[in-house]
Ligand binder design. Structure first.
Ligand SMILES: Cc1cc2nc3c(=O)[nH]c(=O)nc-3n(C[C@H](O)[C@H](O)[C@H](O)COP(=O)(O)OP(=O)(O)OC[C@H]3O[C@@H](n4cnc5c(N)ncnc54)[C@H](O)[C@@H]3O)c2cc1C
Length: 438
């Protein structure tokens, strides 16, 4: 089945899951006599919780989802849909208060019944979850701390919401509604068990051994690993994997990294790691022989599926890693499709893979356009950022038919996408990958 067809089926399934409790509500006998605003508030609450409730799907790394939608699209959807779900859920008490101001007394957690206390606590926890996600950097919350807050608060808020709904009972007394929310609760629990227990245990039984760790330019390190006692994994050029370290695959320390090696030689996996914070520092302190755990591959870009006469690849700094995998794979396979690579870096000293790119030009129909923010004195190449003018100067005449892959910091992806729009290039053929998920 084509990826676009799978994507449509997923979108339809999502809409169905979210609409189901409202449809059931409309079918529920005895609802007709109740006030409209009360029913509307319940419908909005159901829709909001259902929308928030399906949010584990985009981020649970389920291969049948992760291989259909690009990872940054999934995370963008997750961010926006969660906020929309929270707003809808919040409309439920607000409408109740507006329709009957006496219900404001339910906000007093000292005197209110447990069903109302659960709802108040759930909303407070959801609010914390959203605030810490949207303003994580401004609040100076470290990534691992944020992830722990995120997982725990989602779990407790979901439990409190279910408690609230079943305790109110008016709507849960109707079997279809009850069954829907029991299934939803079981799916939430199942996904938590799968993500936090089953998957880490499965990864533990498939370790990888470090075979090389070598310094490279710009605080980057080459990490090469090989499977130990198993066949390893097959991946597509440009995909990424989550790496976890030896101590415990059950902890929250697992971070995503693009595979830079060739998909034609999948046994040895290579990564280029830029030292950034805690996790990347621990990774680059590994020694040959030590173990690493690999969850992957993930990512949807597939050079074999692309029906384009050529590729345009645009990388910013460490964003070159998936692109190197694409180029190495194409070279190993003798892929003759023309490729133009725009490779942006702060200066010449920080350009990783620069010698290999020269040799790859002998093996591929490859044009490399280096773009340097601070070029050396005798530089006659492109300067500054990747702009509309630079793209226009180097893209071939059949630019509208090419397949584009952009990987780098978010501001670069936005600027390049804007430049492409100005050049009337088809954004449908553009695949982006950003290295920031939250
Ligand atoms: C799809 C993808 C592919 C990537 N490929 C590479 C690569 O090939 N080479 C490379 O050097 N870097 C890559 N990164 C970035 C890399 O994951 C982060 O730099 C690294 O996780 C930072 O962790 P830290 O603890 O060292 O730094 P921290 O200071 O803890 O984090 C720095 C930033 O990295 C991001 N980050 C941290 N932990 C995670 C996590 N568990 N999941 C997602 N994002 C996180 C956060 O935005 C954080 O603000 C990739 C990221 C993504 C999403």
């Amino acid at each position: 089945m084509k990826r676009t067809t799978k994507a449509r089926i997923w979108v339809a399934a999502f809409l169905l899951i979210i609409a189901a409790p409202i449809v059931i509500l409309l079918l529920q006998p005895g609802v007709a006599g109740r006030e409209f605003w009360r029913e509307l508030s319940v419908a909005l609450g159901f829709a909001g919780i259902a929308l928030m409730g399906v949010q584990f799907i985009p981020t649970a790394r389920l291969s049948f989802v992760a291989n259909v939608f690009p990872v940054d699209a999934l995370y963008t959807f997750h961010h926006r849909a969660s906020i929309a779900g929270f707003m809808l859920a919040l409309a439920h008490p607000l409408l109740l208060f507006a329709g009957d101001p006496n219900t404001l007394a339910l906000l007093n957690v000292v005197t209110a019944p447990w069903r109302a206390r659960a709802a108040v606590f759930a909303i407070a926890i959801f609010a914390i979850l959203i605030v810490t996600s949207v303003w994580r950097e401004r609040l100076k919350i470290g990534y691992e701390m944020w992830r722990a807050i995120h997982l725990l608060s989602a779990f407790f808020a979901a439990a409190l919401v279910l408690f609230h709904m079943f305790r109110v009972n008016h709507y849960m007394a109707y079997p279809p509604q009850r069954i829907y929310w029991i299934i939803m609760g079981l799916v939430w629990l199942g996904s938590a068990v799968h993500v936090r227990l089953i998957r880490p245990l499965r990864l533990r039984s498939r370790p990888y051994r470090v075979v090389a760790i070598e310094p490279r330019r710009d605080d980057c390190w080459l990490l090469a690993i090989e499977p130990e006692g198993h066949d390893g994994l097959r991946f597509k050029a440009g995909q990424f994997a989550w790496l976890a370290l030896e101590e415990s695959p059950l902890d929250l320390q697992e971070n995503p990294f693009s595979i830079t090696s060739s998909a034609a030689a999948p046994r040895r996996l290579e990564f280029m790691i830029k030292e950034f914070g805690d996790f990347t520092s621990s990774l680059v302190s590994l020694r040959p022989g030590e173990s690493v755990y690999v969850d992957g591959p993930y990512g949807t870009y597939d050079i074999d599926e692309i029906d384009a006469p050529g590729l345009a690849l645009i990388a910013g700094g460490i964003g070159v890693t998936p692109i190197m995998s694409i180029l190495r794979t194409m070279a190993d396979r003798g892929d003759e499709r023309p490729v133009v690579l725009f490779y942006a870096n702060p200066d010449w000293e920080s350009v990783n893979f620069r010698d290999e790119l020269v040799t790859l030009q002998d093996r591929l129909t490859l044009q490399v356009v280096h773009v340097l923010e601070e070029p050396p004195d005798a530089w006659d190449g492109e300067e500054g950022f990747v702009t509309e003018e630079i793209l226009d100067r180097h893209l071939p005449a059949n630019r509208a038919e090419l397949s584009y892959f952009i990987c780098g910091p978010l501001p670069m992806i936005d600027a390049v996408s804007e430049a492409m729009r100005d050049l009337s290039l088809p954004l449908r053929q553009v695949h982006t990958e950003q290295f920031e998920m939250a």
